[in-house]
Design a protein around this ligand. Structure first.
Ligand code: FAD
Length: 480
């Protein structure tokens, strides 16, 4: 299993927590891959359809360049998923039926990092330009994947990003202890050398209208993510010391990378009793970041019930196991509680404008079978003392932006951008990633970016250009 640096040591810095497997462990993992007749890891697990058994076999045989070529055939950025993917492939690994699944993510990391250190991953400047242009809005994993694919196919690609630097949640959400930013910079630099133009600090739809972008580029790919934060608007929400998790994590990332010199005092957890509301990955990242910034105590609460330790009967293999997961941040200390609802924020005794506690209660999910949601357990109300609250309750869809009306893009009832089954959002307008699928995962954002880029190519390249750009791309995929 993944091994982490010693907890007492690692909370003193933001460097990656996970260590690479020793060579003999890695080889052991490759050998455990059974080259199944039906590779569920590939067919049912991985959204990118990484050919995992082939990669494992090629690496085991010492054919690293071949393993790398097979990996890059499915995914342009395996170095991201090798660090942050929950391992959908591992959830459906046959070995996982009776024990630990093959550590495919660790093998992926080794293959791509060896590829970089052996000098096999080099910028590939497209050999052919079609003359077709596209403006990509947003530089998260979906926007980067679409930009990569379209650029390699010979389109002139400009990526617009409102933040100071590209990467989306890869840069300003996920902390360095999970994904060191040198890895992101290495890839962004490579994309720029390959010909992708990045215009950062530009909010499409605000700084430049959608119609002007359309006129400038001809085609538009919307990949702005699902950034509208879910709030917990119970009484006294306006007290100081209550912050959205992604605002906190964005500030942490800016400070760690040196983009910002100071950490905003209002969000600083140093010496504070922190409560993180929300039990998912974002909440867990707040836990790990709080420890590193010197929090006194950290409690993470979640309204949903505690998941089982083993698969439940209704969640058989090869489905993704809906089990309790303890991240490296949880190992670092603090407490987790489930089935807890927050009913009210309470002011501090010595500062009535600042949060000092939460009125919480246990909830019962057994319900009446009519999907009526949780009920508060009588007599379970408690006051939880706190000095700082981070809200990690997920997102409700893309933020409002005039660009959608300007480009005639509709939104579904759930807030997502309305697209057809292939990612078309309007005439010459496409949408990919969280903006279209709803909040999800890096691996799904990359896969969606590639898939929708493919739709755009089929829609807008004439036969000759399709042929020529595919020939050029074939050169990219076989280069290793
Ligand atoms: C804290 C946190 C931790 C996470 N951890 C994991 C993890 O460990 N593993 C995992 O698989 N997933 C994780 N996720 C989820 C994952 O990061 C997202 O699903 C993924 O980043 C979505 O990619 P995207 O490209 O669709 O959007 P985003 O990454 O959200 O990128 C969208 C980009 O578009 C930009 N943008 C938006 N509107 C405009 C505009 N009008 N003009 C210009 N730019 C614009 C934004 O600034 C942003 O840079 C995490 C998410 C968060 C918040």
């Amino acid at each position: 299993m993944a091994k982490y640096r010693n907890a007492a040591e690692r909370i003193g810095d933001f460097r990656p927590v996970e260590m690479r497997l020793a060579p003999e462990e890695l080889i052991g993992e490759m050998k455990r891959c059974q080259d199944c007749g039906i590779p569920f890891c590939h067919a049912a697990g991985c959204t990118l359809m990484n050919a995992i058994p082939e990669i494992n076999a090629q690496a085991l045989a010492g054919r690293w360049p071949m393993a790398l070529a097979t990996l890059l055939d499915a995914s342009p950025f395996p170095e991201f998923t090798a660090r942050v993917c929950p391992g959908l492939c591992e959830g459906s690994c046959v070995q996982g039926m009776h024990g630990a699944p093959v550590q495919c993510r660790q093998i992926e990391k080794e293959v791509i990092e060896c590829g970089f250190s052996m000098g096999l991953v080099q910028p590939r400047i497209p050999a052919y330009r079609t003359g077709v242009g596209v403006g990509v809005v947003g530089s998260g994993p979906a926007g980067l994947a679409a930009a990569w694919r379209l650029n390699q196919a010979g389109l002139n690609v400009t990526v617009y990003e409102r933040d100071a630097r590209p990467g989306g949640f890869l840069r300003y959400g996920i902390p360095d202890f999970k994904l060191e930013k040198e890895v992101l910079d290495r890839r962004v630099d490579m994309l720029a050398i390959e010909g992708v133009v990045f215009e950062c600090g530009v909010e499409a739809g605000v700084d430049v209208s959608g119609r002007l972008l359309k006129k400038r580029h001809g085609l538009i790919m919307l990949a702005g993510g699902a950034r509208k934060k879910r709030d917990l608007a119970v009484p006294d929400r306006s007290l100081n010391g209550i912050h959205f998790a992604t605002d906190f994590l964005g500030a942490v990332n800016r400070r760690v990378s040196g983009e910002a010199q100071d950490f905003p005092a209002a969000m600083d957890p140093r010496g504070k009793r922190v409560v993180v509301i929300g039990g998912g990955d974002t909440g867990s990242d707040c836990v790990g970041s709080s420890w590193r910034l010197g929090a006194r105590d950290v409690l993470q609460v979640e309204i949903m019930p505690e998941p089982p330790r083993e698969r439940a009967e209704g969640n058989p293999w090869p489905e993704w196991p809906r089990i309790r997961r303890d991240s490296s941040s949880h190992e670092e200390g603090g407490e987790r509680r489930w089935s807890v609802a927050t009913l009210e924020y309470l002011p501090a005794e010595n500062d009535l404008a600042r949060v000092g506690g939460l009125r919480c209660a246990e909830v019962d999910w057994s319900g009446d079978g009519a999907g009526s949601g949780p009920t508060v357990r009588d007599g379970s109300e408690r006051i939880v003392q706190t000095d700082m609250v981070y809200l990690a309750l997920g997102f409700t869809g893309p933020e409002d932006n005039p660009i959608f009306a300007d480009l005639g893009v509709a939104r579904g009832a759930d807030g997502r951008l309305a697209v057809d089954g292939d990612g078309r959002a309007g005439a010459g307008v496409y949408a990919a990633g969280d903006a279209a699928t709803g909040p999800s995962l890096v691996v799904r954002a990359i896969a969606d970016g590639l898939r929708v880029a493919e739709t755009l190519l089929v829609d807008h390249l004439d036969y000759y250009n399709q042929f020529a750009s595919r020939q050029a791309l074939a050169g990219v995929l076989s280069h290793a």
